[in-house]
Design a protein around this ligand. Sequence first.
Ligand SMILES: NC(=O)C1=CN([C@@H]2O[C@H](COP(=O)(O)OP(=O)(O)OC[C@H]3O[C@@H](n4cnc5c(N)ncnc54)[C@H](O)[C@@H]3O)[C@@H](O)[C@H]2O)C=CC1
Ligand SMILES: O=C(O)C(=O)C[C@H](O)C(=O)CO
Length: 252
Amino acid sequence: MLDRFRLDGKVAIVTGASSGLGVAFARGLAEAGADVVIGARRADRLEKTRRLVEETGRRCLAVPADVAKPEDCDALAAAAVEELGGVDVLINNAGLGTAVPALRETPAEFRQVVEVNLMGAYWMAQACARVMRPGSSIVNIGSVLAETTAGLPQAAYTASKAALTGLTRDLAQQWTGRRGIRVNCLEPGFFASEMTDQYQPGYLERVVESRVVMRRPGDAAELVAAAVFLASEASSYITGVVLPVDGGLLLT
Ligand SMILES: NC(=O)C1=CN([C@@H]2O[C@H](COP(=O)(O)OP(=O)(O)OC[C@H]3O[C@@H](n4cnc5c(N)ncnc54)[C@H](O)[C@@H]3O)[C@@H](O)[C@H]2O)C=CC1
Ligand SMILES: O=C(O)C(=O)C[C@H](O)C(=O)CO
């Protein structure tokens, strides 16, 4: 049974892999056997991720890319095909989290979040679906904030992540039957990263204590395990689903 979770011989793309959860996804998919293409805007930091991935013995290609630019998404998918022979898995992880009161949020601020979290995920999905083989898997990284609120003013972030769940379902119904590409979405609860480092002191602890049934933030490995499941044959009969990985936050 455990062989169904292996990704040997597969090529996975992880966006936003220069920090936080993206680094953990890249390393975890490589540990499961995949060669990994990592994309993000900060080339110097991608190098660190590349070294971490290569420690597993798998190949890793680092490609500077801004997912808000469709041409960068096409270039990322093309590099995977040219250098590693194809694309089997996409982890749409790149994301921007901002907290701005709605009456002060500017059109530029709102657009920037939607252009990365929603449109960037769509451009990447399109670029990959054009070259993916049957049996491939797209995993969108959403957020529990698509389903609830947690006390911060995050209209753009929340709206972009809620829209990502709709995008997940629509692409799943368009591509799974016709092209053999499954599309699913993970909704992380709270995991320590550069995004959560931006919080006011004490915020994370308060949310975890009052909302998370398990009374602790998640460990990145707990999210990566769910991504490996959705990326692999272990979930071969699952498409169009939205899976919270949140320690029970959505129960409260
Ligand atoms: N850390 C958490 O508790 C949670 C995180 N998430 C989601 O997980 C994903 C990863 O976030 P974290 O690792 O926590 O934060 P992070 O801020 O460490 O990572 C986000 C990554 O996306 C990259 N990125 C941003 N804009 C980009 C663009 N235009 N093109 C390419 N890359 C871009 C950043 O450079 C960074 O490497 C995000 O989609 C976030 O919304 C969702 C729920 C909770
Ligand atoms: O999506 C979540 O849940 C997060 O923890 C992300 C943060 O709320 C965020 O966007 C920080 O500014």
